[in-house]
Write a protein of this length. Sequence first.
Length: 225
Amino acid sequence: MSLVAGRGPLSSDPAGWFSPAVPDDVVYVEPHPRRVQALRGGRTIIDTERSLLVHRRNHPLSYAFRAEDVDGLPSQPVSEAPGYFAVPWDAVDTWLEEGRTLVHYPPNPYHRVDCRPTQRRLRVEVVGSTLVDTDDTVIVFETALEPRLYVDPAYVRTDVLRQSDTSTYCNYKGTATYWTAAIGDTVVEDVGWSYPDPPPESLPIKGFLSFDATRAEVFAELPAS
């Protein structure tokens, strides 16, 4: 969702600026030659390499399909792409792109994840107890998001962490496992997370932990925003 979400150029809070300014209602549409499939009731009902991607300000990235590719599905015309129609994401059971199962939205061709080993320091404290304090970290630069530090669990007090029931999904980093800290009588839910099985672009942070600055005292040496 990089152009329209986070601090992307078509989001409501872009990191940079256009000169001259672009209209608030600007929409960017482009051909998307990847194979897109949709399944419902165990049956493939969309299978095409002729879709479009529609980048619309303050909206999730979406596909647009030719009428013959969405026959019988709920859809609405895309005014910026005559002859193409948008299908609600929840109108089908499963979306696939080149064989990869998608969640929430299509992956964006402009979205990039760079994971770089670094010596930026990360210190995390919960109720006065230090969970991690090291400069052996990995910094993740992800398009339209603030940089973030991840750390090998070998440097973390994993003895005070337990896996929670929380789970989230990212099309670029995979399924996140969340961790709760229990120190004495204090329990802090979902203080950190990790990606046990990320896709290839995020393999350098496989199993590494990052921490939520709203739930713990996090001191991270990050680039100035």
